[in-house]
Ligand binder design. Structure first.
Ligand code: UDP
Length: 310
């Protein structure tokens, strides 16, 4: 099995590689290391089934091997990262998606796009099923990410309709776990590193906003099930256990036995008020359901953050 992963040096990509290499698949990674980390690839570099290409998906891609799958993950994905790299984010989602679709078409490979819960914007219904079209600010401060991924979905749907390309789309909701980038501003890593170092825990707004956090092992098993499935469809992949950000802060403080205080700061513009995936479809069609409890996943992530910052 030959699998090409764009964005393989990132958090979720590197967990996928782990799974594929353990199954003796041949893995080719394309990453420009803008937000991905070379360190995530170090364990695989000497493996004969692994190839790393330091390329940008914005450029035409030539691969000599046959490919069975193309998985397009490459994109800045945290609000801090995509705000810092807006044009690159737009290009990875648009030109990068077209280039990777073209590659899959040329190789007659199956294609998977990792889309995002951000396509729902600040949702007006909850939980969000795949049939919901979203409530997105088309030129707001998150638009470079939201609209790039919406464009990417449209491109995948078009290649599927016009060329009969075997495609699927997974909409990933908030994911956490070991190998997350610690300084990219995401709430789980921010809270854990603040709690460990005794700094104030920064809650944006009053902490009433909700998110649903999925442990990375569960996210990865959902992606693989979607990849291996025959249905050219869209699947929400996330954990339906919705909690407020205030509750998350309290949980992190208690699990780390921290003396940190909670500090309320300004809520960023267009920060979605709620996120909760309806995963009925993935459950029924992929037989997938997340298994890791938030507390267990947080304990593992805390251990990992402690090791990484010392
Ligand atoms: N957040 C927070 N404090 C932080 C970082 C984030 O209160 O130090 C909030 C943020 O405003 C958002 C939620 O946590 O409501 C999740 O933010 P994150 O950046 O992890 O991802 P998002 O789900 O917004 O893409």
């Amino acid at each position: 099995m030959n699998i090409l992963i764009t964005g393989g040096a990132g958090f979720i990509g590197s967990h996928l590689i782990d799974k594929f290499i353990s199954k003796k698949y041949n893995v080719i990674v394309i990453d420009n290391l803008l937000t991905g980390t070379k360190k995530n690839l170090d364990p695989f570099l000497k493996n004969e089934n692994f190839t790393f290409l330091n390329l940008d998906v914005q450029n035409h891609i030539e691969i000599s091997q046959d490919l069975d799958y193309v998985l397009h993950l490459a994109s800045a994905a945290s609000p801090k990262a995509y705000t810092q790299h807006p044009i690159n984010t737009l290009k990875a989602g648009s030109i990068g998606t077209i280039n990777t679709l073209g590659l899959a078409k040329a190789k007659n490979a199956k294609y998977l796009l990792t889309s995002t819960s951000e396509v729902y914007g600040d949702p007006q219904i909850s939980p969000q099923p795949e049939t919901y079209w979203g409530n997105v600010n088309p030129n707001g401060v998150r638009s470079m990410y939201d609209e790039a991924k919406r464009f990417a979905e449209a491109a995948v749907a078009s290649y599927n309709r016009i060329y009969n390309l075997d495609t699927r789309i997974v909409r990933l909701f908030n994911t956490y776990g070991p190998k997350m980038k610690i300084n990219d501003g995401r709430v789980v890593t921010n809270f854990i590193s603040q709690a460990i170092s005794g700094e104030d825990i920064t809650i944006y707004g009053n902490g009433d906003q909700t998110r649903s956090f999925c442990y990375v092992e569960d996210t990865v098993s959902g992606i693989i099930k979607a990849m291996e499935s025959d249905s050219s469809e869209v699947f929400n992949i996330g954990n339906p256990n919705e909690i407020t950000i205030l509750h998350l802060a309290e949980k992190v403080i208690s699990l780390t036995n921290s003396k940190s205080q909670i500090k309320f700061v300004e809520l960023p513009e267009d920060d979605p008020m709620q996120r909760n995936p309806d995963i009925t479809k993935a459950n029924q069609k992929l037989n997938w359901y997340p298994e890791v409890l938030l507390e267990d996943g947080l304990i593992k992530t805390i251990e990992w953050v402690k090791k990484s910052i010392h």
